[in-house]
Design a protein around this ligand. Structure first.
Ligand SMILES: [Zn+2]
Ligand SMILES: [Zn+2]
Length: 94
């Protein structure tokens, strides 16, 4: 039995074995169209909003980890968003 990650977007059943693949999927399939996927509010710079909320809110951290540009896993201030995302999204697969 392997743990898999499930896309957090509603009505999306995409699953991935790795956060990297989930990130690729999220960037291709779910664009940030001026609306925060975590709280549904409108923002001009959704990514900036996500990053500012990531430390306080689990849901925002998850979406931030998916949409954050560049490679994840660095030692920057939001590096823990990646770990949190994996923790939150991971389910036991069949
Ligand atoms: Zn999805
Ligand atoms: Zn939000």
């Amino acid at each position: 039995m392997e743990a898999i990650l499930v896309c957090p977007y509603p009505d999306c059943n995409f699953t991935a074995e790795d956060l990297r693949f989930l990130r690729i999927h999220a960037m291709r399939s779910h664009s940030l169209n001026g609306r925060c996927p975590a709280c549904g509010k409108k923002y001009k710079k959704v990514l900036l909003h996500l990053s500012s909320q990531a430390a306080k809110d689990e849901k925002h951290a998850v979406f931030y980890a998916l949409h954050r540009p560049g490679r994840y896993g660095g030692n920057n201030i939001h590096g823990s968003a990646k770990d949190l995302a994996v923790e939150v999204l991971e389910v036991e697969g069949a």
